[in-house]
Design a protein around this ligand. Structure first.
Ligand code: C2O
Ligand code: CU
Ligand code: CU
Length: 518
């Protein structure tokens, strides 16, 4: 038992006052918690964020003949989120989060994943189309001191993917502790586009999370029954593991590769001054053309890329707005109390997450304009589908469930069983999956192996920002989402892929199933 993280017994959450003492956010946050936030006022606060944004190290691997090799070690660490306070965390090749792995479409890669955390875990390559036995899901456990070395060929369009643990029943805890990182895939097309592409300068990865800190600075994963029902949320926003970060923008256009790496929070992202930006990518591809918007809903597991023109007199903030904390588009917000009810929730901060302060320098270097055409997607025609399946997500909230008796989170009435295969799909089948949500809580549905195309939400075409390849889609209460995907290349009757809700507490509580491709 080398797990120093869960052996702690912290007594109390960091209170708002303690948090304020340590962040110098005082006046702003205090005001905001009593009155409606004033976005313009937020934008005017000069340099209130005091920590330079951490940029995850870029890892391109070592070339060995036709192979590119990545060495990853999942390890325990100590992170100073608040200066002077040490927090036990976990990370990959570091103390919290991990390097950004950069690969090219067509590359043959080997990932040596060493586990040094004193307990079994896994590492899953979220969004990658790879053989099931290398997927890193619950069936590929890595024991302490062992190294797992999957090897596969990258077969993706240019986009952002990520890695995180996926151990049965333990995904939420291991991700919460800090084990996750981004994977950037480039292809010939993306390399030819005149987009900001200097990593760490005008091309920035942003892993967005929130954590609940105890007074001793620990982030011990100790969800209440309520947290398990609703998902674990914290009141402290983190970008790349940095609290109250700022970034000095030196070029006119800034490209942000956004990952919602939270366990449960849905973020509705925008800028404090309401400025418009361009979304250029979804989970698994570029959009065909940039989509201009001032707000972007990002559920756990989802990624998006945006380009923001930083010109203007003032510093401004990447924020997540309050509505999203209450479950995005869920309407009445009657479940809002659920997500915000814990005593260190973002509600105490006025419901706003200030993720990143952007500080443009005086003499910005000019950037070329964002190309009008980014990629071409081979749209699948629903008329060509070979099969159709439906998946109904539900939460049983009865007294038995609240007592922890019986399984509370289900898909098609079943909670996940390692030994049960729920769906069998023919190799090369084009399938339509219909997702429905009969709970009063939103669920981001994620499927392994494929990138899909959303056909409709409640019968309507998805908005432009969802018209790219996806592997995770938010399904709101009373909503029906249909997507289409082709299950090609990898057949294996013995190794299943997963589909599940990406609210990690829901996944761990059983809202997950398995399919094989044969
Ligand atoms: Cu991001 Cu099944 O996982
Ligand atoms: Cu995945
Ligand atoms: Cu869920």
């Amino acid at each position: 038992m080398s797990n120093k993280i869960s052996s702690k017994n912290p007594s109390k959450f960091l209170s708002r006052r303690d948090f304020l003492k340590t962040t110098a956010l005082g006046s702003l946050v205090m005001g905001a918690s009593f009155i409606l936030p004033n976005w313009a006022a937020l934008a005017r606060m000069p340099k209130m964020h005091k920590n330079p944004l951490a940029i995850p190290p870029l890892e391109k691997g070592k070339k060995q003949d036709d192979l590119t090799i990545f060495d990853l070690e999942i390890q325990d660490g100590v992170t100073e989120f608040f200066s002077g306070t040490k927090t036990a965390t976990r990370g990959v090749n570091g103390s919290y989060l991990g390097p950004t792995l950069r690969m090219n479409n067509g590359d043959r890669v080997r990932l040596n994943v060493k586990n040094s955390i004193g307990e079994t875990t896994t590492l899953h390559w979220h969004g990658l189309h790879i053989p099931a036995k290398y997927d890193g899901g619950p069936h590929q456990p890595i024991k302490h001191n062992e190294t797992w070395s999957p090897e596969f060929t990258i077969m993706q369009k240019a986009a952002n993917f990520w890695y995180h643990p996926h151990l049965m029943g333990k995904t939420a805890e291991h991700v919460w502790q800090g084990i996750a990182g981004l994977i950037i895939i480039d292809d010939e097309e993306s390399k030819s586009l005149a987009l900001p592409n200097e990593y760490g300068i005008d091309d920035i990865p942003l892993v967005l999370q929130d954590r609940r800190f105890f007074q001793d600075g620990s982030i011990t994963y100790s969800p209440s029954r309520h947290d398990i029902m609703m998902g674990m949320v914290g009141g402290v926003p983190l970008a790349n593991g940095t609290i109250t970060p700022y970034f000095k923008a030196t070029k006119q256009l800034l490209r942000l590769r956004l990952l919602n790496g939270a366990n449960a929070s849905i973020y509705e992202l925008g800028f404090s001054d309401g400025r418009v930006f361009k979304q250029i990518a979804t989970d698994g591809s570029m959009l065909e053309k940039p989509f201009e918007t001032s707000s972007l809903l990002l559920a756990p597991g989802e990624r998006a890329e945006i380009i923001v023109d930083v010109r203007g007199q003032e510093n401004f903030m990447l924020v997540s707005k309050p509505a999203a904390m209450m479950g995005g588009n869920m309407g009445g917000g009657n479940m809002g109390g659920g997500m915000m009810g814990s005593n260190n929730s973002n509600e105490e901060y006025g419901g706003i997450f200030n993720f990143l302060e952007i500080q443009p320098v005086k003499n910005l270097i000019k950037s070329p304009p964002v190309p009008m055409k980014l990629t071409t997607i081979n749209w699948l025609d629903p008329k060509t589908a070979d099969n159709e399946r439906s998946f109904e997500m539900a939460m049983q909230m009865g007294p038995m469930m609240m007592l922890g008796l019986g399984k509370s989170h289900t898909i098609n009435g079943k909670s996940m069983k390692m030994k049960r295969i729920d769906e069998t799909i023919k190799l090369d089948a084009i399938e339509i999956w219909e997702l429905s949500n009969i709970s009063n809580y939103p669920h981001p549905f994620h499927v392994h192996d494929v990138q899909f195309q959303i056909i409709s939400r409640n019968g309507k075409k998805p908005h432009q920002g969802e018209r790219g390849l996806k592997d995770t889609v938010l399904v709101n209460p009373n909503e029906i989402v249909r997507f289409i995907a082709k299950f090609d290349d990898f057949a294996d009757p013995d190794n299943p892929y997963m589909y599940h809700c990406h609210i990690l507490e829901h996944e761990d509580a059983g809202m997950m199933g398995q399919f094989v491709v044969v």
